[in-house]
Design a protein around this ligand. Structure first.
Ligand SMILES: [Mg+2]
Length: 299
């Protein structure tokens, strides 16, 4: 089994660790030039702020809804990421860091109660870094991503999925009929690698949910879309189809730490906290290293 651990609203969560006044408020983190919203708290999402939405389009919400905007502090996020990844790495022999706030752990052969493991790991990350996370378990990376999406959605939107799946969701412990019910309730666009345009084309062809995708004719998918989509579909059904070699975590996180905070119109780097500042929470594994993050998804 694979686990995907993902920091919730990661940049906003990092800011909240050092600015408790932001807790419970609608918050967005702006890109380096303060041009666009690159992370949103749940409260900001509820106001309708979209990912990557230009700041000028939502600025009115500062006065009308108490929206708070902060400039990105990438040095802080890199440090917090390193702490989070080091904690996650305690729980499995192999870790693959997928983005600044997401990593896969390979639990192949582990017979433990994975939901209990996931909850323990979540609690440790929250206690040691202050970052809330979601954990998804699946037989493939695609399924682990999907399980993570459901864990996050069940937590954020009560009633969207069974409450027991909130925060930590393990597909491996669910019977087939319950899995099918989950897949039937999940938009096909939630599948890893199925982008907006592909989603539109799939829906035009009658494929609206994950279950629809799994029941679609594989030959048709290959002809109308791509081998990539076919493989995504296959990895939702064939447990080890997309297994890839997991890297042992010996590489340096130096490139992640090297990300520098750029001064912006809203604040200067010198006035901003970093996780290595005296205010930072202690971490038992902060000095341990993992490979650098290739992307910066902060969903
Ligand atoms: Mg995230």
């Amino acid at each position: 089994m694979y686990a995907l651990i993902d920091g919730n609203n990661f940049y906003v969560s990092c800011e909240r660790v050092f600015a408790p006044r932001l807790l419970g408020k609608p918050v967005v983190v702006l890109s380096s030039n303060d041009g666009a919203c690159i992370a949103r708290s749940n409260e900001a999402k509820d106001l309708g702020v979209k990912m990557a939405q230009p700041w000028f389009q939502v600025r009115r919400l500062e006065k009308t809804a108490g929206l708070i905007a902060v400039s990105a502090n990438h040095e802080l996020y890199g440090d917090m990421s390193a702490r989070m990844m080091a904690i996650e790495a305690r729980y499995a022999p192999r870790q693959e860091i997928y983005s600044i706030d997401e990593s896969f752990l390979d639990f192949d052969g582990v017979r433990d109660d994975l939901v209990a493991v996931g909850r323990h790991m979540r609690a440790a990350i929250l206690q040691e870094t202050g970052i809330p996370t979601s954990v998804g378990f699946g037989a493939t990376k695609t399924l682990a991503k999907l399980a993570n999406n459901i864990a996050k959605t069940a937590d954020r939107k009560p009633g969207s999925y069974p409450a027991g799946l909130a925060q930590v969701c393990d597909f491996g412990r669910l019977p087939r009929d319950e899995l099918d019910a989950l897949f039937a309730a999940t938009d096909v666009g939630a599948v890893w690698g199925v982008g907006r345009k592909t989603t539109e084309r799939l829906k035009a062809g009658g494929v609206h949910t994950v279950l629809d995708l799994l029941r679609a004719d594989i030959t048709t998918l290959r002809r109308q879309f791509s081998v990539v989509l076919e493989k995504r579909c296959a990895s939702c059904t064939a447990p080890r189809a997309c297994r890839s070699t997991m890297r042992r975590r010996h590489a340096s996180r130096s490139s992640c730490r090297a990300r520098s905070a750029r001064p912006s119109r809203r604040s200067t780097a010198s006035s901003r906290p970093s996780a290595s500042s005296p205010r930072a929470r202690p971490s038992a594994c902060a000095s341990k290293a993992a490979s650098p993050a290739p992307s910066a998804s902060t969903s």
